[in-house]
Design a binder for this molecule. Sequence first.
Ligand code: FES
Length: 78
Amino acid sequence: MSDPTIFQKSPIVQKVEPGTYWWCTCGRSASQPFCDGSHEGTEFTPIKADIAAAKTVAWCACKHSQNKPFCDGSHSRL
Ligand code: FES
């Protein structure tokens, strides 16, 4: 598995409504932190995130979290 592109070395923090979100794993999407289809032709596929209740989410934007799609602090070691 090749390394994903690092979009940025800090999370994208957002208030999100309940629903289904597709988190970009390849790091190429122009609609970060979400998939825009840019992974086409790569080995990457987006991760589905079901958010049950409105809350603030820290989405991983470095793409190296061990708790994808959420930030776990791994960006500080890149
Ligand atoms: S932004 Fe990826 S672990 Fe924090």
